[in-house]
Design a protein around this ligand. Sequence first.
Ligand code: TLP
Length: 361
Amino acid sequence: MSDQCHFIDLRSDTVTKPSEKMRAAMAQAEVGDDVYGEDPTINRLEARAAEIFGKEAALFVPTGTMGNTVAVKMHTNHGEEVICDARSHLLDWELSMMAWFCGCLARPIPTSDGILTWKQVAAALRPKGPDNAPTTLITLENTHNMWGGTVYPQETIDEICAEAHARGLKVHIDGARIFNAAVASQTTVARIARDVDSVMFCLSKALGAPVGSLVVGTRAAIAQARLYRKRLGGGMRQAGILAAAGLIALEESPAGLVTDHANARYLAERLSELPPIEIDAPSVKTNIVIFDISGLGVSTFEFSRGLKEKGILANGINATHMRMVTHRDVSRQDCEVAAEVVRDWALVLRSNLNRHSPVTV
Ligand code: TLP
């Protein structure tokens, strides 16, 4: 067992370990060469993903980043513009693949919660003319990671799709955590995705599989995506051993997300009792808790270091905001411990602050 096992790990839902059932399925998986289309377990996973999302086809990719990259590429040509929100994962955390591989320019829109509206999108479309690169794709992140797991209202997605399609534009969802969105909205991923042209979703985040994401869309688009995946070096061979764990994650994990959401809300509520930590607890609807510690007089780096000494792993997303992500490998009891540790650490920092602040008479 690694040392990490002794920590309560809230850095991300990517840190989960495969369950015994996943390991057993991996050991027994029927496999073949997937570049020849001959891996039965991958074929099963892709067919099932397409079915669950109500789309024609799906493609298994090793990572969410590769999934988003091939999706952007399949909808665009070099020199075009892609609309996204200003703090989207596609823009900030994927090593500029939109530029590097797809040759497209991101047109970011600032928001207060990561949720784009058609009005904002319409204002960012490039007018046709001799000087403007055409806009061809709109990307939506649902749930939105850096804004604390926020969820798109269905009518907003539907409106964006209707207006975009009327203008010949495509819509892609970065749905790394789309099952969290579905659970929070008490709907299905198929309904969320009904009108969009593609979705990338991750098996290896909240769903708890060790590796893997899928892109879903039309048969023609996914055939293109398969070629782009190969170009990126993502043509896998007997990867059915990974798909076997992914199938279990896909079928069984969505039911457990409601617990992760309740744990995140619990954490958020406890943190909101600790001024000067700032968090709007009622806005926490899924499994991501982001809180502002700038009032404590330390950077998130120092804050994380202090938490780690007390057995809690959590990272900053910038100099002032911390992120905690609940997942299947943390329990309510772990969240209670984490909340206590944050409380004690915040009290120490707060009293240090008071001691060092100038005396006023
Ligand atoms: N997110 C990771 C980090 O990269 C920040 C995390 O710990 O949350 N879309 C979204 C919305 C994501 O949150 C992530 C990963 C991805 C795409 C990329 O997935 P991977 O890591 O599989 O390439």
